[in-house]
Unconditional design. Structure first.
Length: 397
């Protein structure tokens, strides 16, 4: 018989009853170092006093009122995001997929309202992940995720990642814009050449296209800047955000330039929960921490420390792991051995991670991770790799 809780996930047999910083305690009394952060979402770790206080205080005042009314917490969070980024205006919603849907609707509507309704198609990339709604399944384009769900939503063309020739060849009279993750997360922590975003910006300008970035995973400090586009020196027209933006409280956002945001007038788009007082209190609390002087520099420093340590492990166990990828605290460890074995060995050592495409282990600690915790995590991973190398030797007669 089917379980009461829909069995649509391959869950590890672990449940947690409390957390503190980068640590989680399971219901069976074990302690784990959480280098998965709920899939890059618990950006401030667990039980962060500032976030807990903001949520508790707001919950006791008013949680939800709907967007029929002004929401001061949302106005404040939007103003702060505008101040800190390229954007002129922000729409709040509840998840990454919903933020991407909003981004696509905004781009299509801007084209339609400026006399180009035939421009509704988007160039997307192989290995992308944009979410699980019907629209975002089509944008993701992964045949495995699309199977059995009917005809894919029209308007998404896929080309190889980091390939400008393929992008230019795919541009047609119906193209509205280009949508990509600055670093592909689920696809295997794949970072394109440093010039790729700059070339995409130039190409968009040349052909009158819009550039939309899915920063659901790369944003909100994950790479050591508030958003990953900031490494490239270019400005997109629109970005989506979610995951870390609420520190574990469900919140998503679309940040856009005025020239496209202005077409989402009343009645064109909306959400009931989106940007409610409680979610935005959480968002403001996360932003308080991220914008603290020196915080993002520390994210970058921890990222470098981890990446250096991981390269040493690659040198020691080349039969198990062979490449370190990513930026800041969005790190991929490409595995030679099956990634599931490396992940399981890490869990046995007390370290939680997340897998990604291309047989890659994702190492995405909370952004508040300390140097000593990075060192402990590296020691656990080193022992895990030794274990995998050892059992591979035993398996070969
Ligand atoms: C996780 C993710 C999404 C989907 O976010 P949900 O909140 O699960 O809808 C979209 N894009 C990227 C890049 C992601 O990492």
């Amino acid at each position: 018989m089917i379980s009461a809780l829909l069995p649509n996930y391959a869950r590890a047999d672990l449940a947690f009853e409390r957390g503190e910083g980068a640590w989680l305690w399971s219901t069976d009394g074990r302690r784990f170092l959480d280098f998965g952060a709920g899939i890059a979402t618990s950006s401030l770790g667990h039980n962060h006093p500032h976030l807990v206080k903001a949520i508790t205080e707001q919950a006791a005042k008013v949680m939800h009122v709907s967007n029929l009314y002004r929401i001061p917490q949302a106005e404040r969070l939007a103003a702060r995001l505008v101040e800190a980024t390229f954007a002129d205006s922000v729409f709040f919603c509840n998840s990454g997929a919903e933020a991407n849907e909003g981004m696509v609707k905004m781009m299509r509507r801007a084209m339609a309202q400026t006399g180009k309704p035939e421009r509704y198609r988007f160039i997307c990339f192989e290995g992308a992940f944009h979410g699980r709604t019907l629209g975002m399944l089509a944008a993701t384009g992964n045949a495995k995720y699309l199977e059995g769900f009917g005809p894919p939503v029209e308007g998404f063309d896929h080309v190889p990642f980091d390939n400008m020739n393929a992008v230019r060849a795919a541009i047609g009279p119906n193209t509205a814009g280009i949508i990509l993750e600055p670093i592909q997360g689920e696809g295997g922590v794949r970072a394109p050449d440093a010039r790729f975003l700059q070339d995409l910006r130039k190409t968009c300008d040349e052909f009158g296209l819009l550039l939309g970035l899915d920063e659901v995973q790369t944003g909100m400090g994950r790479t050591g800047k508030l958003f990953a586009y900031m490494w490239s020196g270019i400005e997109p027209d629109v970005i989506s955000s979610a995951k870390g933006i609420g520190g574990g409280f469900p919140l998503g956002a679309v940040l856009a330039k005025e020239h496209i945001a202005k077409y989402l007038i009343p009645g064109t788009h909306g959400t009931t929960y989106g940007g409610n007082p409680l979610a935005c209190a959480a968002g403001n609390a996360v932003l308080d921490v991220l914008l603290t002087e020196g915080f993002l520099d520390e994210v970058e420093r921890m990222g470098r420390l981890l990446q250096t340590g991981l390269r040493e492990i690659v040198g020691e166990y080349p039969g198990v792991v062979d490449e370190v990828r990513g930026q800041g605290l969005l790190i991929g460890l490409h595995c030679v051995a099956p990634v599931g074995e490396v992940q399981a060995a890490a869990i046995a050592e007390g370290l939680l991670t997340v897998t990604a495409g291309e047989n890659t282990l994702r190492i995405i600690p909370p952004l508040i991770v300390r140097e000593s915790e990075c060192e402990q995590g590296l020691a656990m991973l080193r022992r895990a790799c030794a274990q995998v190398a050892q059992s591979a030797k035993v398996a070969v007669p």
